[in-house]
Ligand binder design. Sequence first.
Ligand SMILES: Cc1cc2nc3c(=O)[nH]c(=O)nc-3n(C[C@H](O)[C@H](O)[C@H](O)COP(=O)(O)O)c2cc1C
Length: 363
Amino acid sequence: MSGILKPASCDNILGSSSESTGLAPVVRPFAREGSLAERLRATPLLMAPMAGVSDAAYRMMARCGGAALAYSEMVSVAGLHYGGAKTWELVVPHDPEPDIAVQLFGSGPEQFREAVTLVCDRLGAQLALIDINMACPVPKVTRKGEGSALLDDPQRAAAIVRACVAESCVPVTVKIRRARRTGDVEVAPAFARAMEDAGAAAVAVHGRTASQLYRGEADWGVIDRVAQAVSVPVIGTGDVRTAEDAARMLRETGATAVMVARGTYGNPWIFDDAQRILAGEERHLHDTSQRLAAFACHVRLLEATGAHLARARSLAGWYLRGMPNAAQWRDRAMQCRGVEDYLSLVEAVVEASKSHVQVEVET
Ligand SMILES: Cc1cc2nc3c(=O)[nH]c(=O)nc-3n(C[C@H](O)[C@H](O)[C@H](O)COP(=O)(O)O)c2cc1C
């Protein structure tokens, strides 16, 4: 015997942590029956695509927190063409994930056609939908005519949608922004209409211009304007920071569904909480011990999925936010190297928070 323990499986980690994290012990599949519109209407809370964030561990946490479906990080169609293992890692769901929404980016319709064929073949029934990124503002991407640069070229964008729809085994959707530059005429409604005409089954709308990047306020009004322009469902995104925001976007705009992005930082329960608000039920409280248990669970999932543990550093900042001495704990997280270091950190915070409660009670 080597004495080295095999890391637990993701199923095992999720199942054994469920009581302490308050998250579901298993990931439920996205509904398979009915049109995409019907399925989104029935389960409207989605985990948004986030490059560098929404890896398998992150998606599992979100789905155990109530997300109906989670998107991959954006995946380059050129990367899929060259077949790199790192690119495929972004696409293929990890074991307890029954299905996934895969987001592709690129600029060539023929490359998209090939990528869709490859993804459909490889994922089969695990593929819930394919989304085309027409929203990414990063210059490295837009310089090549990809991401939000497609907002300036609706004909190319429509050709991409047609090429994807022709090969796809699942609905094809697009994700767009209001416009390319602040001060430009808002293109989103007419652009969305053109994508619908090309075969898009839904349009996700981020209410910022690309030049705003992720700053400034998202304009939820554009969600209504797009919803009025198209007959396919609109998925709203932007400034959904809390469960209340998610419920409000669904109630107050024309969005059929909502994608939560930064609002999930340290808060995988946001989906379930929003569902409860919508159903008029009482919300659960997520106390310090639950948040620490979720952080530990998340770190163990990173290990079990073979992800780079450097990602746990940002997670530490998010899960520990607002706790007493958070800055000091975050500094300690920067020194962590392995899973055991992170789990000891969690134990230390648990101990400290007990004495903190005692001090509070005593004074
Ligand atoms: C770190 C980060 C990475 C992102 N990566 C992607 C991506 O790969 N594809 C995409 O369509 N949007 C991406 N987005 C945008 C989000 O999906 C979302 O639309 C946007 O952040 C607005 O929502 P928010 O204001 O609630 O965060 C990313 C956002 C962040 C913060």
